[in-house]
Design a protein around this ligand. Structure first.
Ligand code: PMV
Length: 322
């Protein structure tokens, strides 16, 4: 009798937000995304000699009966098992998400990344960050066709990541601000809004191209402002980016109401994040008190959920908070 290969394995990733550059990034302009270390996605896998099972994200049952929304998790387990030299391994997979799916918070890349890490752990298979990135992209391709790679990197990065022309690098600064995130409660459709912007661009390349170029310039300016720790100026760029994205038709009344509620509550700036027409809004605040006032305003304006992201230790606002 052969003993079962592997042992229980564990993997963890986090949520992400796009700070600046959604939509314009599709046209080659730069973007900056940031991991939210407090919003975790965890996965546990246990090698089994019977058929595989899956539990998490509101569903549990045999792997081969899992709904389509789990296709990238299942692919993640397959590619990671093969990488670990155990192709076709039967696994019990459990995922636990500390944040909602389908809100532009990177839930699918985070889930795939957590499962991949758990499988590699279960089979004691070491992998470099580049190898894990490649595996995550293989899994994400099932759900998203041609993922940019931004989510795969940002959901496991230590700090903000910069994306330009298909190359993702980690930034050496993070915002010296409190970032308040509000869930609109509406499922965004990135595919739909990307298609909408494409149609607008094809109908009027000059003026839509100018808006996209300005969004790209805003991202570049923000990277300089992050180094200068000029949070009020970053806030102003956020509100400008929201107005530009709205002019492209990717906002909606709910997102505009949330942005305006944050600004009325004293935010330095606010914008939608991700594909738009749903998903989340982010607001920048210069103190913990301000962040909580904005959070309250978001709830009053009907947000389905809110999170407050404190500045990283070492940034000026983070020191004030301690
Ligand atoms: O909604 P999210 O977080 O998946 O972000 C979409 C970002 C877009 O720029 C709108 C599309 C893309 O592929 O970059």
């Amino acid at each position: 009798m052969t003993s079962l290969a592997g042992h229980p394995g564990y993997g963890q990733t986090v949520a992400k937000i796009i700070l600046f550059g959604e939509h314009s990034v599709v046209y080659g302009h730069p973007a900056v995304a940031m991991p939210l270390q407090s919003l975790k996605m965890t996965a546990e896998v246990e090698p089994s000699d019977g058929p595989g099972t899956l539990a998490g994200l509101g569903w549990s049952g045999p792997l081969d009966k899992a709904p389509a929304r789990f296709s990238s998790i299942i692919r993640a387990a397959e590619v990671a098992s093969a990488f670990a030299g155990h192709a076709g391994a039967h696994l019990h997979i459990t995922t636990d998400a500390g944040f909602p799916a389908e809100r532009g918070l990177g839930s699918s890349a985070a889930a795939a990344g957590a499962v991949i890490r758990a499988v590699l752990d279960a089979f004691d298979a070491p992998a470099t960050p580049d190898e894990i990135f490649t595996l995550t992209q293989q899994a994400e391709r099932v759900a998203h066709g041609r993922p940019s790679g931004l989510d795969a990197v940002a959901t496991s990065a230590d700090g903000p990541v910069h994306f330009r022309g298909g190359v993702v690098t980690e930034l050496d600064v993070s915002p010296d601000a409190w970032i308040v995130i509000a869930d609109s409660g509406i499922q965004g459709s990135t595919r739909e809004t990307v298609g909408h912007v494409r149609a607008r661009y094809e109908a009027d390349p000059d003026s839509v191209g100018a808006v996209l170029a300005r969004l790209g310039d805003i991202t570049d300016e923000v990277i300089a402002l992050l180094h200068e720790r000029d949070t009020p100026a970053i806030g102003r760029r956020a509100t400008e980016a929201h107005r530009l994205l709205a002019s492209l038709g990717v906002s909606n009344d709910r997102l505009d109401i949330l942005v305006n509620a944050a600004l009325s509550a004293g935010a330095l700036g606010a914008k939608l994040t991700g594909g738009g027409r749903g998903g989340c809004v982010i607001a920048f605040a210069d103190s913990e008190e301000s962040a909580h006032r904005i959070e309250h305003a978001f709830v009053t304006a009907g947000a389905a959920g809110t999170w407050v992201h404190a500045p990283e230790p070492g940034s000026l606002a983070g020191e004030v908070a301690r």
